[in-house]
Design a protein around this ligand. Structure first.
Ligand SMILES: [Zn+2]
Length: 459
């Protein structure tokens, strides 16, 4: 869900009119924070783009976290939105101060507004402050789940986290906001122990179980350095991997997270995670390796249409699998790729890869995308990062790549020549048998043997 949301944000088109930006400055005050909103115009109400309800009771979370300090305005739920509403039919004052007790629990379908990181540390999500104006309360009450479809005033919101450099660091991309509900980053206050390396950073919650904290602190900087060496500079991004510990209250172990521009966020929780667990370590490494690959394949360069996002997901999977193989010689890359191939063949029976998302088959773009990336790797002489670098360089103008551009690039390699004609049908149509894929693998020179049931087994 969060990954899909991030992709949607990246694809959001700018609104036609561009009124002035709202400015929000956020300062730490004792146990909490104070946010000062400077609103660029008079309006009877300002709604918050990200108004997802609290996950535990499906009620608005802001009233439990925010206290309005300015008179003449109150915080209310109006329709689908939390909103600042002017008192007595008046407009919302142009300056509004709010005290914030960070809300650190899950919300239904968004990033957590705040994360507690060890003793004194807190990460505050800037997306919670982005807001839009409406011309009347009735409009806000009627507004659907996508505010962009309604009559709203939106010039964007610029959030500035303020604090001493020793107390505050910004994860991710701090270029500020675009229009809409876009978000940049978490502001990290009082988070010690960040590992900085050449403009990239690894931040591990001091509360993280020591065995996993140590592994992440070693693995992640090596991984990011390796990616940068192979793929080039991540541009203006300052990639940050933030691993947070969400407590041992539940049995078992769980890992989830989300991705913002320049930021990979991972949350680990559960009783079982407090003791060394090789499967959990493997899961964490795979997560970090895949999501960090998106700093290049997905952020420095993006896909054009959802139909083409197998380029990013499959590419990130292949980069991750190769990185894990380098990190640990006992990691079975062949088995990981075989899993992608087998799942891809199953997904292909239902329809072409380009329409997988329309069928709600979100895994196909990872699996079939990894197989197609394997062909690119082979065509580029066994060096997939070289292919990625060319993809990034060739599409520097619009920073996005389409399937036909990808196929054209593949065609420039002698070993990739003619493969496009075999790949197009796999993108467009269902494959009731494995033949289309096995013919392609053979033409690309990828070694496999056929099992008795005619499915391929990579060698
Ligand atoms: Zn991904």
């Amino acid at each position: 869900m969060i990954l899909a949301l991030a992709a949607a944000l990246a694809a959001a088109a700018p609104a036609p009119a561009a009124p002035a930006k709202a400015e929000v400055s956020v300062t730490r005050r004792g146990e909490g924070f104070e946010a000062e909103f400077v609103l660029p115009r008079a309006a009877p109400a300002w709604g918050f783009f990200r108004s997802s309800l609290a996950a535990d009771d499906r009620q608005p979370w802001r009233p439990r976290s925010w206290t309005i300090l300015t008179s003449g305005v109150r915080l209310e739920r109006r329709g689908n939105y939390d909103a600042l509403v002017g008192e007595g039919d008046g407009p919302v004052p142009r300056r509004v101060r709010i005290r914030i007790v960070p809300y650190t629990r899950e919300v239904l379908s968004d990033y957590v507004p705040a994360l507690r990181l060890g003793g004194d540390g807190i990460a505050l999500f800037d997306g919670q402050f982005s807001l839009f104006s409406v011309a009347s309360l009735a409009e806000l009450d009627r507004l659907g789940l996508d505010p962009q479809d309604g009559p709203i005033g939106d010039g964007g919101t610029r959030v500035r986290f303020r604090g001493r450099p020793s107390d505050l660091r910004l994860a991710g991309d701090n270029a500020g906001y675009a229009i809409g509900n876009s978000a940049g980053t978490y502001g990290l206050y009082g988070v010690p122990g960040a590992v900085d390396h050449g403009g990239m950073a690894t931040v591990v919650d001091p509360g993280m179980p020591a065995w996993l904290a140590a592994d992440i602190r070693t693995f992640t900087p090596q991984l990011l350095d390796r990616y940068r060496k192979l793929l080039g500079s991540p541009g203006s991004l300052r990639p940050t991997v933030l691993a947070s510990w969400a407590g041992a209250a539940q049995p078992g172990a769980s890992l989830n997270g989300g991705v913002l521009k320049g930021l990979v966020l991972m949350r680990v929780s559960g009783q079982a995670a407090t003791r060394p667990s090789p499967p959990l370590r493997a899961l964490a490494y795979r997560y970090i390796a895949h999501e960090s690959a998106h700093f290049w394949l997905g952020q420095l360069l993006d896909y054009e249409k959802v139909a083409d996002n197998w380029i990013m997901e499959g590419g990130a999977d292949l980069l991750a699998i190769r990185a894990l193989g380098v990190n640990d010689p006992s990691y079975d890359m062949r088995a990981a790729l075989q899993k992608s191939l087998t799942s891809c063949l199953a997904a292909s029976r239902k329809g072409g890869l380009a329409t997988a998302s329309e069928r709600q088959d979100f895994q196909a773009k990872y699996d079939c995308g990894a197989v197609l990336s394997l062909l690119a790797e082979r065509a580029a002489g066994g060096d997939y990062p070289v292919f990625v670098r060319r993809m990034i360089a060739d599409n520097a103008d619009d920073r996005s790549v389409s399937a036909s551009e990808w196929l054209a690039l593949l065609d420039t390699y002698p070993a990739g020549r003619g493969l496009a004609a075999r790949i197009r049908p796999l993108l467009a149509e269902a494959q009731p048998t494995p033949k289309g894929w096995t013919d392609l693998l053979r033409a690309a020179g990828i070694r496999f043997r056929l099992r008795p049931d005619q499915t391929p087994e990579l060698m």
